[in-house]
Design a binder for this molecule. Structure first.
Ligand code: FES
Ligand code: MG
Length: 578
């Protein structure tokens, strides 16, 4: 896109460094304290490189090194790259759940950009919450940015078996609970399932979210599929550095990239990948930061008409992200989606989506299927409504046993995770394969923080009989690497008085996925009596970030953003002018 190039005098950073006043004297002298000379910054794009490296984040471990590649690219293109840390929200260790901190990360990102002399930004992320957290903040900040995805780790391997992040952990854990795996084998799985830096290499939340970021036009074409240890990942990192400098001169900001067209593209791509259910929550929040009012119904409509063509676990049965890359990666997948995508959408590369897909080829038709031979014709996601979830709930029909798509059974209700955990291994638990396991008080406020508890464990008594799936309902999320007949994100959540709070053990629950219904067969008078007797639980937090979180977090169907961070809440923050 040829257009007028920005004048160096109008660079955002010039407001810090150019004026002949005492404030700017301070900024310049402090740059010189760090060893920079005026020719390093004057009239040049200053690029903030937001690095989420941490020794507690195995998915981003290589960012300590990759940032040097980004700086190399920035320098070559005539800019100055400045690394700045932001919170590294890691999925692996954060309790009670990393989701508690997604909005903290978004807020930190927005404020870090706004308060510093950056003309453009490279965001380094990849582990689940970092993609939405960083991009939500950067969209609100409004300066040109590129998202540099961490890339998936290598395929897991143990004793000749391929292991997928998360998915195989659940699978082998069930085998272990059923007494079918030795200590030695279990240790082998532990050591073999994550063999390199990089994010989870199933089509879990991380791979889904980086695919969404690329489909939105926020990553360089093809970037999200490159395995983290591949040398192409280093070259891509340097490309990000070179490209962001040009984006500054072109004044190509997120307002031109994240549009109704690119959001619609991202939704279709998410569905075609067989996306993580977490994508629902995050893409709603990301789109709305850009002023695009995406709804659950939009996602359901796309789920009905988009076939799943990425044959990647957990929706697919065999392959992992490394295979996806060798099969052509996301560009190849998008090239198969034809007129389901708006090819005129602008990307950070400066080209339209259609231009970036030119020459893309699929090298393995079993990994990236043709539309005529999908993994599933539809059903990546379905949005349910009914008297249990008036504001919606989500199920991934493609990842569960089809016999549960229409199901009726008695509820077995747990009020907390510890209560469920204690009961589930009791071999005398009164439970049948038709029962519907229910966990409540596990939503955004109740969890607290909306934890990934939604793939409730199958009771040991049923595991021993050979059962591996059953219908489960919660107001929690589940990991993108999970699978099974799990209904999630019930809204409103039970902790704030959603109807799930009124369900009792023994009530009959009815699910009908084709009709998109989820109901409890309890009459209205009885429900009214139960509501009158319901007592609101005490808030989870009496101080700190959690105290703020519980006052401002939205429900799942609105993307769980904080009310005061949503676009349209109050006047825009504007730019610092003193
Ligand atoms: Fe980081 Fe899965 S733990 S992506
Ligand atoms: Mg995950």
């Amino acid at each position: 896109m040829a257009g007028a190039r920005k004048n160096p005098d109008s660079l955002r950073s010039a407001r810090w460094f150019a004026p002949d006043d005492l404030r700017s004297f301070g900024h310049r002298s402090r740059m010189m304290q760090m060893g920079y000379a005026p020719e390093d910054w004057a009239g040049k794009p200053v690029i903030g490189i937001l690095n989420t490296w941490s020794d507690m984040n195995p998915c981003h471990l290589h960012f300590r090194d990759r940032v040097e590649d980004v700086k190399r690219g920035v320098l070559q293109a005539g800019g100055l790259g400045i690394e700045i840390p932001t919170i590294s929200v890691d999925e692996s260790f954060t309790k009670p759940t990393s989701m508690l901190y997604r909005n903290m990360m978004a807020m930190e990102t927005e404020e870090t950009i706004r308060s510093h002399p950056f003309d453009g930004v490279v965001l380094m992320g990849g582990c689940d919450k970092s993609t939405p957290g960083l991009t939500m903040g950067a969209i609100s900040a409004g300066v040109p940015f590129i998202y540099l995805p961490a890339g998936p780790m290598l395929r897991g391997n143990y004793a000749g078996r391929i292991l997928g992040s998360g998915s195989d952990a659940w699978k082998y854990w069930d085998e272990r609970r059923a007494g079918l795996i030795s200590d030695e084998e279990w240790l082998g799985v532990e050591g073999g399932i994550a063999r390199s830096y990089g994010h989870c290499m199933t089509m879990g939340t991380a791979s889904t979210m980086t695919a969404i970021a690329e489909a939105l036009g926020l990553c360089l074409p093809g970037a999200s599929s490159i395995p983290a240890p591949d040398a192409n990942h280093k070259r891509m990192s340097a490309d990000c550095g070179r490209r962001i400098v040009d984006m500054v001169w072109e004044d190509l900001g997120p307002d031109q990239i994240v549009t109704p067209a690119s959001v619609a593209n991202a939704v279709v791509v998410a569905m075609a990948t067989g996306c993580s259910t977490n994508a629902v929550v995050h893409i709603l929040a990301m789109a709305r930061r850009a002023g695009v009012n995406l709804t659950l119904d939009d996602l359901d409509a796309a789920g009905r008409t988009t076939p799943v063509i990425a044959n990647i676990r957990p929706s697919g049965d065999e392959y992992l992200m490394e295979d996806f890359y060798y099969a052509g990666g996301l560009r190849a997948l998008m090239s198969r989606l034809g007129d389901k995508l708006d090819r005129t959408a602008v990307t950070c590369s400066g080209k339209t989506l259609g231009e970036t897909l030119e020459g893309a080829e699929v090298y393995n038709d079993d990994v990236i299927r043709p539309l005529s031979n999908p993994v599933y014709h539809e059903g990546s996601l379905a949005v349910l409504r009914g008297n249990l979830c008036p504001d919606g709930a989500v199920i991934k029909p493609a990842a569960c046993d089809p016999r549960f798509h229409v199901h009726e059974g008695p509820a077995l209700v747990f009020d907390s995770y510890p209560e469920m955990k204690a009961a589930i291994d009791d071999e005398n638990l009164q439970v049948t394969p038709d029962h519907v396991l229910v966990l409540r008080n596990a939503g955004p406020q109740g969890g607290p923080g909306f934890p990934e508890w939604g793939m409730l464990p199958i009771p040991k008594a049923l595991l021993k009989q050979g059962h591996r799936d059953m219908l489960r309902i919660s107001d929690a999320r589940m990991s993108g690497t999970s699978y099974g007949a799990c209904i999630l994100h019930v809204a409103p959540e039970s902790f704030i008085g959603g109807p799930l709070a009124l369900l009792r053990t023994g009530d009959i629950v009815r699910l009908d996925v084709p009709k998109r219904r989820l109901d409890m067969l309890v009459d209205d008078a009885e429900l009214a009596a139960r509501r009158a007797a319901w007592v609101r639980p005490e808030p989870r937090f009496a101080r700190g970030f959690g105290y703020m979180f519980q006052r401002h977090v939205g429900q799942a169907n609105d993307g769980c953003d904080f009310d005061y961070l949503t676009t349209g809440f109050g006047e825009p923050a504007g730019e610092p002018d003193i």
